[in-house]
Unconditional design. Structure first.
Length: 442
């Protein structure tokens, strides 16, 4: 098996050159953004998007607060270095209206020393004169600049043609097949390293550490109770490093790539600070990737001091994660080693559910019976008609419903159909991908 992660494109540059406008353009009308999940807090500087039938992760390194020149440059430099560490392609955005600024030269000096492909986007090339002036950026030593106007949507196709051409064609490192493919994600200091150590403890046989498909990632293949387990990107868990103020989004990037490459993600919470907005943010990335999820509350040994029962904690977590009510919740103490077997057993279970395929005719019968029991509400003289359903893929479970009018599918009725599938077939821990196809749709 080759476990490929989506390419990551980072937009870098000094303030006010239009990085966020370019980000919005690439993740807008021409792109298929994974929909926001109700109830989650979203950080829109990172999104999964699509261009030319190619899915990738797009990152905007904007958000630098203006201060003195030294402070601004330090923040720019930190963002560029972080982009180099994570990205497959870097889009270096410059301003064709103002020309080369000193900070552009400083960024270029750093980028020339990396092997990561760099493409210059000469933004604000709004007319022929500025397009011609964009050739000035040749002098940065990073190749031919591409004149664009993110605001007016000109030159974007040329830019993305160059970006897509630099994507890695195949994963560099074949990843061994395993009975369970697992990533462990969560906020800093929730105990990810401790959980990994418990899973890969002395009573386990570590088969090998293998390079992951993401730069400097390290996967760990172990035997756990006679079954093989591939822990995705344990290097990111083992390393400890301070995330500078203003760069918190980079702490999520490694998690996003680990989520993308695993079948199951454990979202680790801290019992002393249950279900923060950052926890729900990370959960949204798991759901957007349509991977199986298990929520695990760590440090449960502190429950007596916290004066909270498991039922009370369960109610808090369930309330904050209402958008993922199908996700199982486990409690562990990484320090004491309690609850680990339950977590691993649950991870196997949700992976099995995630990979489950349904009998075609039985699925159709279940849906048509659900429609007959609760028909869609009519809109005026028109009403939604559902003719059938098929399961397109398993792992993740994806379904296509055949209808007369896609514009009449209300969110609440979509949820009703999803619940009908779950009531019959479960799919514990898995978000269902559901699309509706009308007559004449391709």
């Amino acid at each position: 098996m080759v476990n490929e992660s989506k390419p990551l494109v980072a937009i870098v540059g000094r303030p006010n050159v239009g990085k966020s406008t370019l980000f919005n353009r690439l993740s807008g009308a021409r792109s298929a953004i994974v929909s926001d999940t109700p109830g989650t807090t979203r950080d829109r500087i990172t999104t999964e998007t699509e261009w030319g039938n190619c899915n990738f992760i797009l990152v905007d390194t904007g958000g630098i607060t203006l201060g003195d020149d030294d402070e601004i440059w330090q923040k720019i430099r930190e963002q560029v270095v972080q982009a180099i560490n994570f990205a497959d392609v870097i889009v270096f955005t410059v301003d064709a209206e103002t020309g080369i600024a000193p900070a552009d030269g400083e960024v270029a000096d750093i980028l020339r020393k990396t092997d990561t492909p760099v493409i210059i986007a000469a933004n604000k090339s709004d007319n022929a004169q500025r397009e011609l002036a964009a050739t000035e950026f040749y002098s940065l030593g990073l190749g031919e600049p591409t004149p664009i106007s993110a605001y007016h949507n000109s030159g974007i196709d040329d830019l993305m043609t160059r970006v897509l051409a630099r994507f890695p064609s195949k994963s560099e490192h074949p990843t061994p097949e395993a009975d369970l493919s697992l990533s462990i994600v969560g906020r800093a200091n929730v105990g990810k390293s401790t959980l990994v150590n418990r899973i890969t403890g002395q009573d386990r046989a570590i088969v090998s550490d293998v390079p992951g498909t993401t730069r400097d990632a390290l996967d760990t293949l172990i035997k756990y109770e006679n079954r093989s387990v591939l822990l995705i990107d344990t290097a990111g868990i083992r390393r400890r490093g301070k995330v500078e103020q203003g760069l918190e989004h980079y702490s999520v990037l490694r998690s996003i790539r680990a989520i993308d490459r695993a079948r199951v993600s454990i979202l680790l919470l801290d019992a002393t600070e249950l279900a923060t907005s950052q926890d729900t943010h990370i959960a949204s990335h798991i759901l957007d990737a349509y991977k199986a999820m298990v929520i695990v509350v760590n440090k449960w040994d502190k429950a007596p001091d916290l004066d909270i029962t498991k039922q009370e904690a369960m109610e808090i977590v369930t309330s904050r994660f209402k958008f993922a009510s199908y996700t199982p919740i486990c409690f562990i103490s990484g320090i004491l080693g309690t609850g680990i077997k339950e977590v691993m057993s649950t991870a196997y279970d949700v992976q099995h559910e995630w990979q489950k395929g349904l009998p075609r005719y039985e699925l159709r019968r279940v849906i048509l019976e659900a429609v007959a029991a609760h028909p869609p509400s009519p809109t005026g003289k028109r009403s939604l008609k559902i003719y059938g359903v098929t399961q397109d893929t398993k792992g993740p479970p994806s379904f296509t419903f055949y209808v007369n009018r896609t514009d009449m599918v209300h969110f609440s009725y979509q949820r009703y159909l999803e619940n009908a599938i779950r009531k019959m077939y479960g799919f514990k821990g898995s978000r269902l991908r559901m699309r509706f196809k009308g007559r004449g749709d391709s």
